[in-house]
Every structure is written in structure tokens, then in C-alpha cells.
Design a protein around this ligand. Structure first.
Ligand code: ZN
Length: 163
């Protein structure tokens, strides 16, 4: 039995009745959260979020990539969000190797170098600042007055704002 099979059984056994109390795809807090895919981050719990309140965009690192800017553009232009949280975290996998190492591994194993940047980092605060700045400077994201960056400590649950 695969993990997917397990989840399909949980779905069948569960009582998910959708979200009838959420009448619109537009988040009620007009907020988007960009964060890492790390399984330790309970993003709804970190901010006390409820269903329907925010868009959540996750990828390796919580990096503002071109695709995150694509989603932010749609989120703000079509679904009325105006604020952005960028939250990266301590002990991130992306701080354990370099772009060059990962790209060399891929090339060795597959014969191909990726066209995308790995976006590995050494200092998480610098990475947060870079991602925040990408949002602020994007011509496709109209609301940039409230874009704030944070580091979440996965051991203590402490949230620290990055200036
Ligand atoms: Zn991470």
C-alpha cells in the first residue's frame, strides 16, 4: 500500500464535506503566505489561520521564484489579496548544500543540467530579504506596501521578522 492509497482510504473514511462556509476563492484576510514545503511547518497553526483566510504558496525553501510571482500576480490581480508574508525557517534543507553541488549531482546522474536555479542559501535572513525584495520589485504584483519577511524556528516555534 502506497502513501497515496493510505490517504485515499483516509479520505473515504473521513467526513470532509468541503468548505461550505467559505463562499469565495478570494481569501478573507486578503493575504498570501509564501513558505517552505518542510513537513515540520504547520503553516495554518503558525499563524492561527482558518480555511478561506489566505493563499498558501509552498516550495523548497519558501523562495520567491518566477512561479511564485506568477501565483502572487494572480492572487492579487484576480483574487483581491494585498498583503504577503514570506516565511523561511531554521534548519532548512536548502542550507545543507550549494547550487553548484546540486546541479553537478543532477548532471552526473542524468546527463542534464537544470534550467532552473536551485536557490540554495547559507544565511536564511539573506534569503528572506532576497525573496521579499523580488516581490516588492515585481511589476506584476500590484500591492507591495505590506510585504514582510520572517524566519520560523522549527525547534522553538519562534517567529522572527527580518528587516
Ligand atoms: Zn525548508
Amino acid at each position: 500500500m502506497t502513501a497515496i492509497d493510505v490517504l485515499l482510504k483516509r479520505h473515504t473514511d473521513g467526513l470532509d464535506r468541503g468548505a461550505p462556509g467559505v463562499p469565495t476563492p478570494a481569501p478573507s484576510l486578503h493575504l498570501t503566505v509564501v513558505t517552505c514545503m518542510d513537513a515540520r511547518i504547520k503553516v495554518f497553526d503558525v499563524f492561527g489561520l482558518r480555511h478561506g483566510e489566505a493563499h498558501i504558496l509552498r516550495n523548497a525553501g519558501g523562495i520567491v521564484t518566477e512561479d511564485v510571482l506568477r501565483s502572487l500576480s494572480i492572487s492579487q490581480r484576480k483574487l483581491q489579496t494585498t498583503e504577503v508574508i514570506v516565511m523561511q525557517h531554521t534548519s532548512c534543507g536548502l542550507s545543507t548544500f550549494t547550487d553548484d553541488e546540486f546541479r553537478a549531482d543532477l548532471e552526473r546522474d542524468t546527463g542534464l543540467r537544470p534550467t532552473w536555479a536551485v536557490e540554495a542559501f547559507r544565511e536564511v535572513k539573506i534569503s528572506v530579504r532576497q525573496s521579499v525584495e523580488r516581490v516588492r520589485r515585481s511589476p506584476f504584483v500590484p500591492h507591495t506596501d505590506n510585504v514582510r519577511g520572517f524566519v520560523y524556528d522549527v525547534q522553538t516555534a519562534e517567529l522572527t521578522e527580518v528587516d
